[in-house]
Design a protein around this ligand. Structure first.
Ligand code: NAP
Length: 256
């Protein structure tokens, strides 16, 4: 399938499970892809797995470093001639702990990365997208942006904020032809969910997995590839009437 042929995408959190799977699918679908990550080592690992090509490049930028983020956007425009798609996906789960025991700096790290990081990527992609008459921005929220759960205050607050940011951007940017949507994955089978399992039940993370499965109508975690398919739809012209939407991909987790 070549539904992204001729489009250029910038992906943050590209070295993670969802980001790299999305980069792989975007490349298969004909897009140029700029991988953005904060670790050069991890970026090099992703590049090796994805395979060198003229359609693929990378930039090192911490999600909360505005200068580096602006430079990554500028490098993308210089190399590929513009930006059609932003997948603002970098994020971290942070500490899972009761409200009264969370340290200020731990809460701040999650908010800065998950909220300011998404905003900064959006901020610097707006102008190039406007210049070429439109684009598609997809922000990674979570089911944690739609419902709460105990011991997850920083993550829950940050992902609710991503939804608010997405809604504001969708309203502001619709006249410029820029669509803005959020994805809300449920538990996805990768590093992040393993960290969450381990934080909740350090002595038996598999037991936590069983509890999670029992809360999901489909009785399993999602895969990075399933999320990538949704992101590709939102990135493509096939979602041309979608903006301001929260697209759950959670096996029915938020349905009950
Ligand atoms: N996995 C799930 O169950 C799940 C569910 C709902 C939503 N999500 C969301 O999906 C997104 C992608 O996560 P994932 O599931 O693919 O987990 P992951 O494998 O842990 O990927 C997270 C990515 O974000 C990057 N990142 C974290 N902090 C950063 C920073 N300060 N600057 C730049 N990059 C940073 C990580 O880079 P490093 O590797 O260098 O740390 C990594 O590339 C996140 O926003 C997450 O909240 C995940």
């Amino acid at each position: 399938m070549t539904r992204l042929k001729g489009k250029t995408a910038i992906i943050t959190g590209a070295t993670g499970g969802i980001g790299e799977a999305t980069a792989k699918l975007f490349l298969e679908q004909g897009a140029n892809v700029m991988l953005v990550g904060r670790s050069l080592d991890k970026l090099q690992g992703s590049l090796e797995r994805l395979g060198a090509s003229a359609s693929l490049s990378h930039c090192v930028a911490d999600a909360v470093d505005e200068t580096a983020t602006a430079a990554a956007v500028a490098a993308t425009v210089k190399l590929f001639g513009g930006i059609d798609i932003l997948f603002a996906n970098a994020g971290l789960e942070g500490i899972m702990s009761p409200i009264e025991s969370i340290r200020m700096e731990d809460f701040e790290t999650v908010l800065r990365t998950n909220v300011l990081g998404v905003w900064l990527a959006m901020k610097h992609c707006v102008e190039p997208m406007k210049k070429q008459g439109g684009g598609s921005i997809i922000a990674t929220a979570s089911v944690a942006g739609m419902v709460g759960f105990g011991n997850g205050a920083p993550y829950i607050a940050s992902k609710h904020a991503v939804i608010g940011l997405m809604k504001t951007a969708a309203l502001e940017l619709a006249p410029a032809g820029i669509r803005v949507n959020a994805i809300a994955p449920g538990p996805i089978d990768n590093r992040m969910i393993r960290s969450i399992e381990t934080q909740f039940v350090p002595e038996d993370p598999d037991a936590m997995r069983a509890v999670m499965f029992s809360k999901i109508a489909m009785g399993r975690y999602g895969t990075n590839e399933e999320v990538a398919d949704l992101v590709s739809f939102l990135a493509s012209n096939q979602s041309s009437y979608c903006t301001g939407g929260i697209f759950a991909i959670d096996g029915g987790y938020t349905t009950a």
